[in-house]
Unconditional design. Structure first.
Ligand code: MOS
Length: 776
């Protein structure tokens, strides 16, 4: 009964057809990670693993008040400690140029993470703000000395209690991240007259980033040139922000992140650890490494805001929605921070004549919160998808049927078409594979010994972003290909996916393609975020590969000895390492033969301009295209989650025992890594559903559980087999039909768990996490 449906299906075809010859599509296959062996054997290096002669080690000292000023500093004991090289505070640190004020209206101001001018001010903006860096010959010496640094403060009143700050919340300005409030018809009026209604309050707690690799930086100055290894999912932003802070040209800064041990948005901005490592290296003239402790990550890197949300639904007795209200309050920091546009997906989910979505944010003196996997939808979907389940119960209607009845043909708010959307197909496939028809709607109707068994569903929804990206593709006379781009490998198999795309575009085997990434010396890549990296890079890869093929054909067509002599590009195809006339796959010539005979060692295709003006033009074109697309379509990845839980009737402990997610994510590039990515989202969602919660002392604003000992994330034994299916139909509006699937997996998960728990127990939990005390 707990077997995942996927495990009953025939095994995927092995990766050795097509991909090994360049004859058939590599895209879509479950190709093994091209870097798998290097990763699992420890051969790849992470940001804190780069050796350097005379490497010094840094560690942070954190403020212990929520708001105020430093009145006295005593670094004497720390400076005298064994192995200490320097103790930097606002009294002696070299000055950095402060970040521009953080604004939700300007994405680039979110790059610094906060507006604090670290070690350039005596002001404290949150409990945990870094106020000193200790640099020593060893990590242990730095950490021991850090405990000897003493600060005295004058405190000023601080807002640290989210619950108490609700009334001070202000509407969010419309921005790229938060689309702003919206209304259609008279949502509240329709609620008053609807035959069946639910009107509920849901809450979700603050959550923190817990990537396997805590944030780490290694920085080396050589005069005014700077090399930084950084656990970043945003290399270009990091380089530009460092250039601004340290007053050196970006061209003199090289930021590298060959591999990143997990990044879920927490490594998308430039946080104190990175800045202060670079500052420490400049101040000491040494190469400095700073691998943050887990506690320092919690204190200096934003996480997910808590939310209080209201969802009100009205429907006719047949289940047809007449109104949908989704409003509420999240948090932001006085020193900046993004927010969670938790109500934004509710504009696009269900057909309804009346709709009201709104969002306010309260400003607190806490570490500014930041992007965390599906910011907005991850927690907004908990509220709206729980409410849909509550409405189904009120109506006495199956929750899948209720969703299908209200599936919109066009965007409910603006009337735009969806670029593609087949939630009906996803639910139908999921219901069949999960055995949904066997569900008895009655709560507490299914038991397994002392366990109450429940089944729940919820919809996943996420709108992937796109970013500008440029690449270089070099085809060499031995038939091998090198793709270079400063994109990021945060653990998802990004270079494997791009290898497959290159292989198909040029008609070469995957094994002929080498990918180099994670280095700002390469052409500028996108942020690894917003579920946008793969599609953003793919668009550039396709263009560059077209260039390469054109250049190769140019060599052949002017060569009377070539079977491609005088052939036109549009009549030529690529495959099995060759160009050939359309319809004659055994004709034509191999790339190697063409290049070798022409005496050309390699042909390069690349996108993007080399001049500053050219780059600005490219950015402008990109933005124009993005805005045009937004006016034309709603582009979203969607999915249907099916969840089974067993709740211990004695202890109230909830175990997730079966999961099936069916997704509509456009074209899937790699069947193996895509499933893995979607599973990862579901696992993170199960953590949010059952255990994750950052505990902030409301009196002091201090995070009280800054580490994995007390902040509970799922371990392997907590996770059942997770079945993943996808519809695998290309989106007609994107290059290759890709949408992006990094974040959609987590959305809807907490609601599916809570809905299953209600089915198991009859208890409706509207406050996450769903800990046993809430069920007893
Ligand atoms: Mo994601 S929150 O854009 O890494």
């Amino acid at each position: 009964m707990t077997q995942a449906p996927e495990t009953r299906r025939p095994r995927q075809r092995p990766a050795d057809d097509g991909t090994q010859t360049g004859a058939g599509p590599a895209v879509g296959r479950p190709v093994d990670r091209v870097d798998g062996a290097a990763k699992t054997s420890g051969a790849v290096r992470y940001a804190a693993e780069h050796p350097h002669p005379r490497l010094a080690h840094g560690t942070l000292v954190h403020a212990t008040i929520a708001r105020g000023r430093i009145t006295a500093v005593d670094t004497g004991a720390a400076e005298a400690a064994d192995g200490v090289i320097a103790v930097l505070t606002h009294l002696n640190a070299p000055r950095m140029t402060p970040p521009r004020p953080v604004s939700m209206l300007d994405l680039s101001t979110l790059v610094p993470g906060t507006s604090v001018n670290y070690l350039g001010t005596d002001e404290v903006a949150w409990n945990g703000q870094p106020v000193a860096v200790v640099i020593a010959e060893t990590l242990e010496a730095a950490q021991a000395a850090a405990r000897l640094v003493e600060f005295r403060y004058r405190e000023t009143p601080a807002v640290t209690d989210f619950a108490a700050a609700q009334d001070s919340a202000e509407p969010l300005p419309k921005s790229f991240i938060a689309p702003g409030d919206a209304r259609k018809g008279d949502a509240e009026g329709a609620l008053a007259t609807a035959p069946v209604t639910v009107d509920r309050r849901y809450t979700t707690p603050a959550q923190n980033h817990n990537a396997i690799e805590p944030h780490a930086t290694t920085a080396v100055w050589d005069g005014d040139r700077l090399t930084v290894h950084d656990s970043s999912q945003s290399l270009d932003w990091t380089r530009r922000h460092l250039a601004r802070c340290f007053g050196v040209p970006p061209s003199g800064i090289r930021v590298l992140a060959e591999h990143v041990g997990g990044g879920f948005g927490g490594k998308g901005s430039v946080w104190a650890g990175t800045l202060l490592t670079v500052l420490a290296a400049r101040a000491t003239g040494r190469a400095v490494r700073m691998a943050l402790t887990r506690e320092s990550v919690y204190r200096t890197v934003g996480g997910r805001t808590p939310t209080v949300q209201r969802v009100a639904l009205g429907a006719g007795r047949d289940g047809t929605l007449t109104t949908l209200v989704h409003t509420g309050v999240s948090r932001t920091g006085r020193a900046g921070g993004t927010t969670e546009p938790f109500s934004s997906q509710s504009r696009h989910l269900y057909a309804t004549p009346n709709l009201l979505v709104g969002h306010k944010a309260a400003t607190l003196d806490v570490v500014p919160n930041t992007f965390m996997r599906a910011p907005g939808e991850a927690v907004g979907s908990f509220a709206v998808e729980s409410a849909m389940d509550e409405l189904a119960v009120e109506l006495g209607m199956d929750p899948v049927e209720l969703r299908m009845r209200n599936e919109p043909d066009r965007d409910p708010l603006g009337g735009k078409p969806f670029s593609r959307r087949d939630l009906r197909g996803a639910y139908a496939l999921g219901a069949e594979r999960f055995g949904w028809a066997r569900r008895d709607a009655e709560p507490r109707s299914m038991r397994d010994g002392r366990f109450l068994v429940g089944w729940g569903v919820a919809t996943a929804f996420h709108m992937p972003a796109r970013f500008p990206a440029d690449v270089s593709v070099r085809l060499r006379s031995d038939g091998s290909v090198l793709l270079r781009c400063a994109f990021h490998e945060v653990g998802v198999g990004a270079s494997t996916a791009q290898s497959q795309i290159v292989a198909d575009a040029l008609g070469v085997p995957v094994s002929a393609v080498t990918v180099e990434h994670g280095d700002t010396d390469f052409r500028t890549g996108p942020m690894a975020g917003g579920s946008g990296q793969t599609a953003s890079v793919a668009a550039a890869v396709l263009a560059a590969c077209e260039d390469v093929k054109r250049s190769v054909l140019r060599l052949a067509r002017r060569d009377a000895a070539s079977p491609l002599h005088r052939h036109r590009f549009r009549d030529v195809r690529a495959g099995r390492g060759r160009l050939f006339p359309a319809g004659a796959p055994d004709g034509g010539e191999t790339y190697a033969a063409i290049l070798t005979r022409a005496g050309v060692p390699e042909v390069e295709g690349r996108t993007g301009a080399d001049s500053r003006a050219g780059r600005a033009l490219g950015q402008a074109r990109f933005m124009t295209g993005m805005l045009r697309d937004r006016r034309r379509w709603v582009r979203a990845a969607t999915g249907a989650h099916f969840c089974e839980v067993r709740v211990d009737s004695d202890t109230g402990e909830t175990r997730v025992t079966r999961w099936l997610g069916v997704f509509d994510v456009g074209r899937v590039i790699n069947a193996k890594t895509a499933r893995s990515q979607l599973r990862g989202g579901i696992i993170m969602g199960i953590g949010a559903a059952l255990s994750e919660e950052t505990l902030v002392d409301p009196r002091t604003g201090r995070v009280m559980n800054p580490g994995l000992g007390e902040y509970q994330i799922p371990v392997h034994a907590d996770i059942p087999p997770i079945g993943i299916e996808y519809l695998d139909e290309p989106d007609p509006t994107t290059p290759l039909g890709l949408l992006g699937l990094g974040e959609v997996g987590i959305t809807g998960v907490a609601a599916a768990v809570a809905n299953a728990v209600h089915h198991a127990t009859g208890v409706r939990v509207r406050d996450l996490p769903l800990t046993p005390d809430r069920l007893l």
